[in-house]
Design a protein around this ligand. Structure first.
Ligand code: NAG
Ligand code: NAG
Ligand code: NAG
Length: 451
């Protein structure tokens, strides 16, 4: 009794002391408050949070570098992020065998959050052959990344996949993307980690964007996402809310039950003035959208960068000032921006070939050999070496809705096994799975076509 009441009074005292200094009781060592989801919006404590972000992958998709593993690199760039007025960066690839403590602390000190893609070029779902690539070796890498980054208060979100579906036929891979999302959320719960929001980043294709968004938010709670994001290059300055079609994208997503944001934006067809920034953070959009990420920080040959790296220096290009000015003159709306407090699931989209080629709502069960990671942890990440697409043991059955675990006799079946590896054809291109649309286009057609 005594001990209990003593502890209680210490706790009360501490709350009081902290409360009187900073308001929120939950004062953290990192000095940065984790972002949470309420309704269809993000929140920082009781305040609506809008992503004012940039996509950050020096080296591009051809020369993968982990900018958070090198303190000199991240410190150089964080200065610029602050100067630009950003609060979020997105990284497409990190090396999960390396340490990221220092750079994550530097980001936290600057008030900057991270949206992280958990896939890497060689550890990802293969859009043409998703079944074999959804295996235990793949999930070990994903879980290692999740375990490493969930501990940082400024990890805002995980992307479970990026542009895996990029046309009508590849919608067949949607159940695998959704299964990975389910598994990451399950992993966070099982390992008692912070519930970092998990969601998918869709390509800028009209074909099945809405279906994918609905698909990721249908079914039982443990199969749904925490948010949805898509890439959008339809506002090419000079433009406006109607001309760009953004008014339709608000209309079509009104009533959608999850936070939404643009994971890439910044058309460069004409001279960039980032006129879309004002629209994105205006009340015309904030009831449905929570900001976005500009593509992209460094110039990688397709004229999207706002800085150019040379001799380890980041030199400002013309887009830099334009973006900085656009952000500076654009305040976020007062109050809650008109968000929808009563978010929830929607119906699953019906099969509608060719655009939406998903038979039903069933998901593959987590591969048997990956289950141990949920209890024992993922262990050390493999880094960027090797790969998962031709190895490992795949899922052997479909899951009971809402559980992730196998149903029926096939659950313990042996039809999976490593034999799968031998049957699979050699990989074609790996790169398009993780690259952004523009980067993919430039890799396929050469940079000139998309410039
Ligand atoms: C909005 O939805 C309509 C009807 O489903 C569709 O025809 C249109 O392409 C959508 N527009 C956008 C911008 O997504
Ligand atoms: C709020 O979200 C719910 C659930 O998704 C939806 O039914 C409702 O129509 C939305 N309200 C508005 C004003 O968008
Ligand atoms: C990635 O996978 C490809 C194809 O399997 C392989 O050739 C390459 O060496 C792998 N990359 C690394 C860094 O191991």
């Amino acid at each position: 009794m005594k001990v209990v009441s003593l502890l209680a009074s210490i706790a009360l005292g501490a709350q009081f002391a902290l409360g009187s200094i900073s308001g929120p009781i939950d004062k953290r060592e990192s000095g940065i408050e984790p972002i949470t989801v309420k309704g269809n919006a993000f929140f920082k404590g009781n305040e609506r949070f809008y992503i004012r972000g940039i996509d950050y992958q020096p080296g591009g998709s051809s020369k993968i570098e982990d900018p958070l593993a090198d303190t000199d690199v991240c410190k150089r760039d964080i200065k610029k992020f602050k100067d630009l007025g950003l609060n979020t960066v997105r990284i497409y690839t990190i090396d999960n065998s390396k340490n990221h403590d220092e750079c994550m602390k530097e980001l936290a000190d600057a008030g900057i959050y991270l949206v992280l893609d958990v896939n890497t070029p060689n550890y990802s779902i293969h859009r043409e052959e998703p079944e074999g690539s959804y295996n235990d070796v793949y999930l070990q890498s994903v879980f290692a990344t999740v375990e490493m980054f969930a501990k940082y208060d400024n990890t805002l979100a995980f992307f479970s996949g990026n542009e895996v579906i990029n046309d009508a036929p590849t919608s067949k891979s949607a159940p695998y993307v959704k299964a990975v999302t389910r598994d990451i959320r399950q992993f966070l719960r099982s390992r008692d980690l912070r519930k970092v929001p998990v969601g998918y980043s869709a390509a800028d294709v009209d074909t099945n964007r809405l279906e994918m968004a609905e698909y990721m938010n249908c079914g039982p709670d443990d199969e749904r996402s925490d948010f949805f994001a898509f890439n959008d290059y339809s506002w090419c300055s000079p433009s406006d809310f109607q001309t760009s079609g953004w008014d339709q994208k608000v209309k079509n997503f009104t009533g959608y039950g999850l936070p939404l944001f643009l994971s890439e934006y910044g058309c460069n067809t004409n001279k960039r003035d980032f006129g879309e920034v004002e629209a994105l953070y205006s009340k015309e959009m904030t009831a449905v959208y929570s900001g976005g990420l500009v593509y992209e920080y460094t110039e990688e040959g397709s004229e999207y960068g706002v800085v150019k790296l040379s001799d380890k220096e980041a030199k400002e290009l013309s887009g830099y000032k334009a973006l900085k000015d656009a952000l500076a003159k654009t305040k976020s709306p007062q109050g809650d921006g008109g968000y929808n407090k009563t978010s929830g699931p929607n119906e699953c989209p019906k099969k509608n070939t060719p655009n939406w080629d998903v038979d039903n709502d069933a998901l593959p069960t987590i591969p048997q050999l990956a289950k141990k990671y949920l209890t024992d942890g993922a262990g050390k990440g493999p880094g960027l070496k090797g790969g998962s697409q031709n190895v490992g043991t795949k899922s052997s059955s479909t899951a009971t809705a809402g559980s992730g675990s196998a149903t029926g006799a096939t659950a313990t079946g042996t039809e999976s096994g490593n034999a799968a590896a031998g049957l699979r054809a050699p990989e074609l291109g790996l790169a398009p799975i993780f690259c952004s649309l523009v980067v993919c286009l430039s890799m396929v057609f050469g940079a000139s076509l998309v410039m």
